[in-house]
Design a protein around this ligand. Sequence first.
Ligand code: PMP
Length: 334
Amino acid sequence: MIHENILECIGNTPLIKLSRLFPERSMTVLAKMEMLNPGGSIKDRPALYMINEGLKAGIIKKGSHIVESSSGNLAIALAIACKIHQLKFTAVVDPKIASANLHMLKLYKANIEMVTEKDENGGYLKTRINTVKKLCEKLPDAVWINQYANPDNWKSHYFGEAEEIIRQMDGKPDYLVVGASTSGTIMGVSRRLKEEFPDLKIIAVDIVGSVLFGGTSGPRDIPGIGASAVPALLSPEEIDHVIYVDDYESALGCRELLEHEGIFAGGSSGSSVSAIKKLIPGIAEGSCVLTLLPDRGDRYLDLIYQDEWFEMVRHKHFSQQHLRPQNPVLQKVF
Ligand code: PMP
């Protein structure tokens, strides 16, 4: 089969068993390899879906200038989609963006607006959104994709990887473990899978320092997971539990994934691996746990895979242990 363009290669990612990393007898941990999308991440799916639906609805037209706030992966995915559809694109990014992502965006010839001021939560999300709003007032033909509130974000995952998982699974999953940021992935995947598997338990993974599920705002280094404001897409009542991990636990998860499975993954994949390690002792033998590995490790070479940074977060993890709740394994959200 010959594809017309790179956008047609998005999706149809494999589902693999992580049996070396999770050798516990009779437990199955399955991972959807979203990192294998052509733009390098799961965000190819919402980028393509939001652009296509915008074009269909006439909100996006020839000559439109797409504007979006992104920590990196969505920006790269939109840069590709805009190139194929010949649309102008401005990415509003912050200093936490991985240097490789910034370099790639420049190569794709995206316009880049770098914000520098932190918001009152100590993150950049609100500053980025304000910058998007100002750009939309200034730029003719600007269209704000708004991944934090656009229902086509969660729908891309509902019709995308969730549908594929249903086709790929032999049995039924008992737990879905997903890292959250805009929450488009967890909302979309869980809504579709619960139609098929009503007993499925939905476990969100959040990072210490994120405010998504009522956590206290604080410093965190890993991009892609967590948020400094609660997105409109998030419906916490649809989520059964949240498991918190910190930067160190996420990085450790990445390094274990590499060592045992030969999978070179990004930060939020490591967050999910660590969350599953916390989950397993508390669940029934024979359970099947499903997760997604959202992006590859290349963009994190100077963070997660850099020994000085790893030592720094390891030290922080152990020196601040007394500040964390004693048994943060399963926390009911609301
Ligand atoms: N992992 C990575 C690497 C991401 O880039 C993102 C999106 N920021 C997520 C997880 C979380 O996905 P969502 O925004 O759909 O919650």
